[in-house]
Design a protein around this ligand. Structure first.
Ligand code: NAD
Ligand code: SER
Length: 322
């Protein structure tokens, strides 16, 4: 069997996707890479791990060639809020990294590539509720610009060179293993950690801010479903809209309060409010449902219950830090 290479493996999604891929394909067949080797070794202590900076094409080429890689999950990126603080770095890492991956996939015959896009591809002037799959993409953040341009680049490599690249426009991902950082949707995870650790949270978006979100087990399942789908059933090589949950920051706080009655949340918007206001409240994912059978399992109540159970158990063992 050809090997699977994951970039950005130490991050919020990579740390859980690698575990799922290793369970499915065997530990020795999944190479976890990140620019931060110590971080990847800490979150994924067993299995092959390597230090790879995706902006360095020679290092990537060496890893793909040496390991005999046939599938790549390219996750390394700078997210929206971090990208607004440093737009040049966001452009360099997100665009150069993706171009290197696509170019090496073409050259070295990598069979399938996964690259996540984001709800950040959307901008003003389109329906914000049930945003359709195909609308003009006019993002207002550098992160969103790299995702919209990245989708076009993926489509180009598919049309011109036949690279089988697949993509999902992930909503904000909620999870309990590696905390997110540098994103605008991070508040939806921070709120759980702080509710459990301190019973209070200062949220950086307004109470009425609604964004599309998804619980990590659904995100991992969707990713594996898309990558397993037959080429005939994948009609789309730009990002697929994918819906999970949509709720306001206030609704989330009230749901958490059902489990932690003393929890209080105040809302003090910062620069991330503007980013959140430029994104949809919910997306129409009928293409993903039609083409490869997507359907989410978690709703706000079941996601909240599971998050509190998982984080609460870790807090009791003294193993939870924000
Ligand atoms: P993350 O920030 O948690 O992890 C990204 C990882 O990339 C980090 O471990 C970081 O060290 C690594 N990295 C940064 N620069 C690198 C470089 N030059 N070379 C190699 N590695 C580098 O991000 P995440 O939340 O796990 O997101 C993974 C992917 O999913 C990204 O492409 C992101 O845009 C996309 N996405 C995430 C969300 C979300 O809510 N988490 C939503 C939409 C899309
Ligand atoms: N969760 C991501 C962010 O907030 C969306 O892509 O940046």
């Amino acid at each position: 069997m050809g090997k699977i290479l994951v970039t950005g493996a130490a991050g919020q999604i990579g740390s859980e996707l690698v575990v799922a891929l290793r369970e499915k394909h065997g530990e020795e067949n999944v190479i976890a890479t990140d620019i931060l080797l110590k971080a990847v070794e800490r979150v994924l202590p067993s299995g092959p791990n390597e230090q790879v900076d995706v902006t360095e094409i020679r290092k990537l080429q060496e890893a793909i060639g040496t390991w005999g890689v046939t599938t790549i999950y390219h996750l390394a990126a700078i997210l929206s809020a971090a990208g607004e603080k440093n737009p040049q770095t966001a452009w360099d890492v997100n665009m150069k990294g993706l171009q290197n991956i696509l170019e090496l996939s073409r050259e070295l015959g990598v069979k399938r590539v996964y690259w996540p896009s984001s709800i950040a591809v959307f901008g003003p002037g389109i329906p914000r509720v049930k945003t359709p799959q195909d609308v003009p993409l006019v993002p207002t953040t550098m992160y969103g610009i790299t995702k919209a341009a990245g989708e076009l680049l993926c489509n180009y490599y598919h049309q011109r060179y036949g690279v089988d690249v697949r993509s999902i426009r992930y909503p904000g991902i909620i999870s309990n293993k590696v905390p997110p950082h540098g994103g605008t949707t991070d508040y939806a995870v921070d709120m759980f950690y702080q509710a459990i650790l301190k019973k209070r949270y200062t949220c950086f978006v307004r109470e009425d801010t609604v964004l599309p979100m998804m619980y990590m087990p659904d995100a991992i399942r969707a990713t594996l479903m898309l990558m397993d789908a037959s080429p005939k059933s994948v009609t789309y090589h730009m990002g697929h809209n994918l819906a999970g949950l949509s709720f306001s920051a206030g609704e989330l706080a009230r749901e958490i309060k059902k489990h932690i009655p003393g929890f209080t949340c105040e809302f003090v918007p910062d620069f991330r409010q503007k980013i959140a206001d430029s994104w949809p409240e919910s997306v129409d994912d009928s293409v993903a449902r039609r083409d490869w059978g997507w359907k989410p399992k978690y709703n706000l109540a079941t996601m909240t219950e599971d998050m509190i159970k998982e984080l609460g158990a870790r807090a009791k063992q003294g193993k939870l830090a924000a």
